[in-house]
Design a protein. Structure first.
Length: 64
């Protein structure tokens, strides 16, 4: 399962505040909101980005 890529991102404080407001309105974290905004911007430019499958949650199936 691929991990998310972590990197430092420096933002203007006003941009960060706006992202946090929109994220709160849409019940997302600021990180998830930034990723969604980046995906929308890439799509608008005609750049397709595949969605990585989400990790499976919960208990593993029993082996019985």
């Amino acid at each position: 399962m691929p991990q998310k890529k972590a990197f430092a991102l420096r933002l203007d404080p006003a941009v960060h505040a706006a992202v946090e407001r929109v994220a709160a309105d849409e019940l997302r974290s600021a990180n998830a909101q930034i990723e969604m905004l980046l995906r929308e911007a890439l799509k608008a430019r005609g750049i397709a980005v595949k969605h990585t499958p989400a990790p499976r949650r919960g208990r593993p199936p029993s082996s019985d």
